[in-house]
Write a protein that binds this ligand. Structure first.
Ligand SMILES: [Ca+2]
Ligand SMILES: [Ca+2]
Ligand SMILES: [Ca+2]
Ligand SMILES: [Ca+2]
Length: 274
């Protein structure tokens, strides 16, 4: 015999399902379900006594056993299949509350920096798990719209033409929303990685003249100058290397660089042995 089929709604506890039209019979239910979830009355009315959860169990096979008061079977048990339809009772959630990623300063528009993916436990065959991503907050706010998130894929990419001159770090809030409006969010911390896009520049084309006393000792500093570099102070792209290009054929001078300030000293390294 084909089982009877009943459709119930996820997350609800509507009652009064089936009435067995029998006479002088005792009813009982058998099957794999939590005790007392389904009960059958003396009239043969099957009741649901607690909310169903499709995400725990999406169908039940129940046998309705009908017996005479003296225990003799009236008929073969009736098979009842209860199907639980999905309700949108799960919001999409991200596996992590916070993500960290890096974007290079010279990254161009469209560069992908991270993909976020939320999961939704509702029925995959329904819109209850159809997820849309949105970037809702960028801190700091300016320059505006540096990044975007693809609505369907969760791919976060650079929206600006250039990241030059931006803040060193941005915090983005991304939401995932299912087609029925349940949502949650995560934050993405984006660190902008400096690149070497600024050459060191001397503030003057020419320094001096400087006068060195005849009796100056080896180690005397003649002068100290600095070439400014607009890359991030202290980073590799900011460190300046100097060399004496000409005029020091006799090795009279050496250079000493202060790594903390980029300042270079011209130091007397040889004195004239008369
Ligand atoms: Ca559900
Ligand atoms: Ca959902
Ligand atoms: Ca730079
Ligand atoms: Ca530089």
């Amino acid at each position: 015999m084909r089982p009877h089929s009943v459709n119930l709604q996820d997350n609800s506890s509507q009652a009064g399902l089936v009435k067995w039209s029998g006479s002088q019979a005792e009813y009982s239910l058998e099957g794999e379900f939590p005790e007392m979830l389904f009960t059958i009355s003396m009239d043969g009315v099957i009741s649901l006594n607690a909310p169903l959860d499709r995400e725990t169990q999406d169908q039940f096979q129940i046998s309705i056993v009908v017996e005479r008061p003296d225990g003799r079977e009236i008929a073969k048990p009736v098979e009842l299949r209860v199907m639980v339809g999905d309700a949108n009772d799960n919001r999409p959630t991200f596996p992590q509350a916070q993500y960290h990623t890096v974007v290079k300063e010279l990254a161009h528009r469209g560069t992908e920096i991270l993909t976020v993916q939320a999961a939704d436990n509702d029925d995959p065959k329904t819109d209850n798990v159809r997820i849309f991503y949105r970037l809702v907050v960028q801190i700091p706010e300016t320059p505006r719209a540096l990044f975007r998130v693809d609505r369907d894929s969760g791919v976060i990419s650079v929206q600006a033409d250039s990241m030059e001159g931006t803040a060193p770090q941005y915090t983005l809030t991304i939401t995932a929303e299912d087609a029925k409006g349940l949502n949650s969010s995560c934050t993405v911390v984006v660190t902008v990685q400096d690149e070497n896009n600024n050459a060191p520049v001397f503030s003057q084309h020419e320094y001096g003249p400087y006068h060195i006393p005849e009796d100056a000792l080896v180690g005397t500093t003649v002068t100290a100058v600095v070439a400014g570099d607009a890359d991030v102070r202290g980073g590799d792209s900011w460190q300046v290397n100097y060399r004496l290009e000409s005029g020091n054929e006799e090795d009279v001078f050496t250079l000493a660089v202060d790594r903390h300030t980029n300042e270079v000293s011209l130091v007397l390294s040889k004195v004239n042995a008369e």
